[in-house]
Every structure is written in structure tokens, then in C-alpha cells.
Design a binder for this molecule. Sequence first.
Ligand code: 13P
Length: 254
Amino acid sequence: MAVNRPKPLVAGNWKMNGLKAAAKELALLVKAVAGAKSKPRCDIMICPPATILSLCAETARGSGIKLGGQDCHTEISGAHTGDISAEMLKNAGARACIVGHSERRTDHGESNSEVKRKAEAAHRAGLMAIVCLGETAAERSLGKTIKIVGQQLKASLPEGADHKNCVIAYEPVWAIGTGKTPTVADIAKVHGYIRKRLIALLGDETGMKIKILYGGSVKASNAKELMGISNVNGALVGGASLKAKDFLGIIAAY
Ligand code: 13P
């Protein structure tokens, strides 16, 4: 398959990390991007905890750095104690929302159909959905990676998905926070398969344009190699997005 290069996206998922003081790291990122000799060659996003989304939106205002939520409820509003709607995230300054992260699938038992409804809720609110997929270590050892990723993609992809409202993130569960990454050949195989399925499901044009991010132990030292793989259109970064210096090292891979 031809090498496909939509403008890359490097997104930081802060997960359940960050009190108000963490906005200082975002301020450092804003300063570094503004002070750089040339514009970054990728789009940059930070997905902080919802409690500091508004503060981060203020901090990033005018910088071009976009913000995202980490999860949303399927409904607009109502009796859902502790939950947050996509509309609330949008109102707080988000432009996107991660859905179906493996930590949500594991900790909260989220199914593919729920992930799909969450992605559709994100669209209803005008947010881009970052739909996460990935196999567990057990599934991988049974040789089921492609099968699992294919099933998750088909069943989690929202109606009306296109390159403006949807990004796919392939995050092998066993690579998250472990320092382990798949081989270049393995990532190329899975991303190539996701691309092929996107084309089959959404047609040539849309299927080619949707970004496919890789996530799982991305850091400055491996970013260049990982981001150079065919059909890898950016990264979803956990631990290495918490400090501006580390995250800037990944952005510099472009
Ligand atoms: P790490 O980069 O910490 O492995 O986390 C990846 C991830 O889960 C991003 O969503």
C-alpha cells in the first residue's frame, strides 16, 4: 500500500494526572511552540483531566494547541451522577474526545457498541472522536491481534465517520505504560490492516484520509522510528506527555 501521510497529530493523554499546577507544563509547551523557529509539522493536542480542562483552555488560547476530553457519556445531560457529557467538554474548551481507551474498556467494562455511541455523542457535540483500539497480551499471544482490532474497529466506528470528525488510535494494551513497543513490522502490519478496513468501510477517499495514531510507550527516543512507519499518522502519548520537555521531544520527531 502507498505511504499515506495526512498531517500528523501528536496528542497527549494525561489520564488521571494533573492538579491545577499541571497547567504550568502546558504553559511551557505553549511558550516553546510559540518561540520555535518554524511551525510544528504536526497538530498538537492535550487531553487533560476534565477538572482542569477550562484552565488548560485558557492557558492554550491562541496557541494552536488543541484540547480534548478523555471520555464522555452518551447523553447530553441528565441523572448520571459523576458523568460528563461531550457537550460539557466542548463547553469547557475541548475540540475532541478520546473514546474507548483500553483503561475505560477494562476499568468500566465499556463494550464496542458503547464506545460507538460515545463517539457519536462526541460528534453530536461537535467534537472529533479519537477512537481507541488494541489487543491485550493474551490476545496477542494467541495470534488474534488482527481479528480483535478488526472487530473493535467495525463495531466502535461511529456512523458518519470521516477524516474531519474521527481519528483512530491503535494502542496495544500490553504496550501501555510498560516501556514495551511492538516491532516496526508489527505496527506496519496492524496500521496497514486498519487502513485497508477503513477504506472498505468508508470508501477510498475517507478511508485514506483518516489519521491512525499509534499509542503505547511512545517517548522522545523512539518517536522518530515509530512515527516513520507507513500509515502511522501520529501518536497518542501517555506518560511522556506529562512534562513539556518530554512531549516536545516527541513533537520534534516531525
Ligand atoms: P503510555 O504512553 O504511558 O504508554 O500510555 C499510552 C496511552 O495509553 C495513551 O492513551
